[in-house]
Design a protein around this ligand. Structure first.
Ligand SMILES: Nc1ncnc2c1ncn2[C@@H]1O[C@H](COP(=O)(O)OP(=O)(O)OP(=O)(O)O)[C@@H](O)[C@H]1O
Ligand SMILES: [Mg+2]
Length: 256
């Protein structure tokens, strides 16, 4: 008569797991993977960053972004928004604490694995850093050429990326011939052409009028709906409120 006892126990375990799942779903801030573990795409644990000048950019930051989430980081100028994105992109290292991305503690990521890690992250800057003497096609092709992809695959990928940002037909144009919004969308196409898990954007709408800025944010939302985790630094409070996503406010470190 051991069997019914085991079944009751299994049922109870299932019930407890379900209840836990429902509680967390109600809180709307964590996800549980199929194995029952809480999974985050990005996690900051007591992270501090002090630049060599002595400037403290971040102090004791704790933060979690779940896989597939889209969130905004805001805060005053100097609050550390760009620094936070740079730590995720491995363009800077923290002085204290842990940055964990997709389960990998970046502190322990071997140097040989850094390029592959970076390919999984698409970064968009306010001043899109396009090469002015290269066509739209060549600008978007850059990350794929660096990774050694065959030309026929490059063409296919670029076509798909330009399609997603509504720039098909502009492949041969130089950045000079494009509007500010179009240039920014080339920057986004270049960031997403490697199909990154994570998209980081630092003030991507800073130079754009409100309608274009909203358009760019909707482009990010589309990538989020396709599965990318999206984190955007912006001080445009009005714009980010219209997007109805989580807003994380960074405070400037006192006395820095
Ligand atoms: N390379 C650097 N060397 C020294 N100090 C730096 C460096 N980069 C940033 N800082 C300092 O770190 C602090 C945080 O800068 P950060 O650029 O992350 O802020 P931010 O929130 O992005 O500001 P903004 O809204 O103006 O872009 C600021 O005081 C800044 O001066
Ligand atoms: Mg900044």
């Amino acid at each position: 008569m051991l069997w019914p006892l085991i079944q009751v126990r299994l049922l109870m375990v299932n019930y407890v797991t379900l209840a836990l799942h429902q509680n967390l779903s109600l809180m709307g801030c964590q996800s549980i993977n199929s194995k029952g573990f809480i999974s985050f795409m990005i996690e900051f644990k007591e992270v501090s960053k002090r630049y060599p000048t002595g400037q403290i950019a971040l102090y004791n930051v704790n933060l979690t972004i779940q896989a597939g989430e889209m969130a905004f980081i805001t805060g005053h100028s100097g609050a550390g928004k760009s620094t936070l994105l740079k730590l995720i992109a491995l363009l800077e290292r923290p002085n204290q604490g842990k940055v964990i991305v997709n389960g990998v503690d970046l502190q322990h990521l071997r140097q040989a694995k850094v390029p592959a890690y970076r390919r999984g992250i698409g970064v968009i800057f306010q001043d899109h850093h396009l090469l002015s003497d290269r066509s739209v096609f060549d600008n978007v092709a850059l990350p794929l050429m660096i990774s050694g992809m065959p030309p026929v695959d490059i063409k296919r990928r670029i076509h798909a990326a330009l399609d997603k940002v509504n720039l098909l037909g502009k492949e041969k144009e130089l950045p000079l011939m494009l509007s500010a919004g179009e240039k920014q969308r080339v920057g986004i196409a270049r960031a997403v052409v490697n199909k990154p898990n994570i998209i980081l954007a630092d003030e991507p709408t800073g130079n754009l009028d409100p309608a274009l800025a909203h358009d760019i944010m909707c482009t990010f939302r589309q990538f989020n709906e396709l599965g990318s985790t999206v984190l955007i630094a912006s001080h445009d409070q009005l714009l980010i409120e219209t997007m109805k996503k989580r807003i994380i406010v960074l405070q400037k470190v006192q006395g820095s």
